[in-house]
Write a new protein. Structure first.
Length: 293
């Protein structure tokens, strides 16, 4: 499909189909009107605000999708302009990837985190953000609409000047030292005992299908593997997931390298980067994107 086509391809990744054409249905162009994200009563408020910004604001140049590991990479950490992070805490990269593929306009580059492949797509979020809201529904709830406008204003992204100050402040700090042994032990035991290769293989195949659909429309999809603590890197689950994604995407240039000094990185639990380390990794992604041109 040509990128200029005003119609999008809507994909339901969990339908079980392996033929990309069977995954698709067609939808009409979306109106240019602004929509208000009504306040959520779940713990995903921050995610919903981010997704709302994505569907209502101009399409960014670069989009990240992933799990809570990528969620730590805040947009203000990137010097690359027009970056949007659609990673979902506790979620799957498939959810964000499907939403991106379903929109009528797509970004130039999509970065897909491949660390966590065992989780299912959130069909509710895919459906919600792959179609227009009912224009009359929020007029029927004026109080919640006012609250929604306030919440979106309160969660507005920092200015470029604020982002520069944040990056400078974090880089001036020394690597934080803290005792996380109990959390690392727990993560190691879980990841070394549970490979979940079946779900990971199915999701790797769905990522491959969505990648093909996006690239037919002019996007470039790159795979991103974030660093773990060395002990976690040695677990069965991490090794199995890496082997599965490499089998699904054998081409080397599909992967975006994250070149960092590992002795500068710290993890809260062996999995999730702390704030300073997330900035360092974000800057490494910046550098890798620049090298790609």
């Amino acid at each position: 499909m040509a990128a200029a086509n005003c119609r999008g391809t809507v994909v339901r990744p969990m339908c079980g189909e392996r033929n990309p054409s069977a995954l698709c249905r067609r939808v009409g162009c979306r109106a240019d009107r602004k929509r208000v994200q009504l306040p959520s009563t779940t713990t995903r408020d921050g995610t919903l605000v981010t997704l709302n910004r994505y569907v209502n604001e101009p399409v960014p140049d670069v989009v990240l999708v992933g799990s809570s590991l990528t969620f730590r990479l805040k947009e203000e950490y990137f010097a690359t302009p027009r970056v949007r992070n659609l990673a979902l805490a506790g979620g799957s990269p498939l959810t964000g990837l499907a939403i991106v593929a379903n929109r009528s306009k797509i970004p130039r580059i999509v970065l897909v985190e491949t660390n966590v492949l065992s989780r299912s797509v959130d069909i509710g979020l895919v459906d919600k953000y792959s179609k227009d809201d009912n224009v009359d529904s929020w007029f029927a709830r004026p109080i919640r609409t006012v609250v929604a406008l306030y919440e979106n204003w309160m969660h507005a992204p920092p200015t470029r000047e604020q982002a520069v100050l944040t990056r400078a402040r974090l880089l001036d700090q020394h690597p934080e030292q803290f005792d996380n042994r109990i959390y690392v032990d727990r993560a190691f035991q879980q990841l070394d005992a549970d490979e979940r290769t079946s779900a990971a293989r199915e999701n790797a195949e769905r990522i491959r299908q969505l990648t093909g659909l996006l690239e037919q429309r002019g996007a470039r999809v790159l795979l991103l593997e974030l660093p773990y603590m060395d002990r976690i890197e040695a677990t069965r689950s991490v090794k199995a997931t890496r082997a599965i994604i490499h089998a699904a995407f054998p081409e080397q240039d599909r992967r975006l390298p994250v070149a960092v000094e590992r002795n500068e990185l710290r993890w809260a639990d062996g999995l999730h980067l702390d704030e300073r380390s997330a900035l360092i990794v974000s800057q490494a992604i910046d550098d890798a994107l620049k090298a790609r041109g």
